[in-house]
Ligand binder design. Structure first.
Ligand SMILES: Nc1ncnc2c1ncn2[C@@H]1O[C@H](COP(=O)(O)OP(=O)(O)OP(=O)(O)O)[C@@H](O)[C@H]1O
Length: 248
């Protein structure tokens, strides 16, 4: 097993938000975490990359406990957060920042090469000298994904990476993430509210409800019963072009 979360519990103050959450991720998995507001999706993501410390439980990456990794975790896990603070940097420098976990005495030729490579992969060459605080939402999101990639992680965590993006940019970001997971043989875990976007691009799911995993698995768990229960509204699921599509 590539990544394993075992019995994760977390509380803010004394309110239990994650209640014994366990799951595993195989190499090459792209997994969507779906659930209502407040279900615990962001908290789970933050526990995996140690922004938050679980009250109980362990997370293993290739058998190594993330608690014992210290700052080395940044070489294994990268994070595309829901809210991005933007400082006045060029796109190139903003992406290069993702190499920080590897920089010891200064930026190496390898750091620059990897940054250049990722910028090309995401077709950001034309805007590489522009300032990030002058970009559109979609352009900025691609830069944030690029920064997560130059970290060369084994696992990318993405919290609502398509928020505020137009349809074209949403599709672009989803395609990029899916392609990278396949090509680099890494894994990605994505919290996402747009269920139909997830159903179109992703084949594995964790359904969260009230701080617990309601169900996890492949397309077989995408049922009207499960979704109605998890989201608390009656939904219909139709098949469109071979993919499930949710109607409410
Ligand atoms: N810093 C915090 N302090 C106290 N409570 C918090 C904090 N952050 C989140 N919570 C609470 O923890 C619960 C889970 O929040 P979390 O952000 O993990 O949910 P989520 O599933 O990601 O929700 P959303 O879809 O709205 O982003 C919510 O009830 C939320 O109010």
């Amino acid at each position: 097993m590539f990544i394993q979360a075992k019995n994760i519990r977390f509380s803010y103050n004394s309110v239990d938000v994650l209640k014994d959450v366990s799951f595993y991720i195989e190499k090459g998995d792209l997994i969507a975490i779906l659930g209502n507001n407040g279900a615990g999706k962001s908290t789970l993501i933050k526990c995996i990359n140690r922004i938050l410390k679980p009250k109980f439980g362990t997370i293993l990456i290739e058998g190594q406990d993330v608690e014992k990794l210290g700052s080395e975790i940044a070489k294994k896990v990268s994070y595309v957060s829901q809210r991005n603070q933007v400082t006045r940097l060029t796109v190139f420098d903003a992406v290069l920042l993702g190499r920080k976990p590897y920089v010891t005495w200064g930026i190496s030729k390898k750091d620059l090469e990897i940054t250049k490579g990722v910028i090309e992969m995401l077709s950001l060459q034309k805007i590489s000298m522009r300032f990030v605080d002058e970009l559109s939402g979609g352009e900025l999101q691609k830069v944030i994904v690029a920064r997560a990639l130059v970290q060369e992680p084994l696992l990318i965590l993405l919290d609502e990476p398509t928020n505020n993006l137009d349809i074209k940019s949403q599709i672009e970001v989803m395609n990029i993430v899916r392609q990278i997971v396949q090509d680099k043989k890494i894994s990605a875990l994505m919290a996402i509210h747009d269920i139909n976007l997830a159903l179109r691009f992703i084949d594995k799911f964790i359904l969260m409800k009230d701080g617990k995993i309601f169900s996890s698995g492949g397309l077989e768990i995408i049922t009207e019963e499960n979704f109605s229960e998890v989201f608390g509204v009656m939904v219909k699921i139709k098949n469109i072009d071979g993919r499930p599509f949710l109607i409410f």
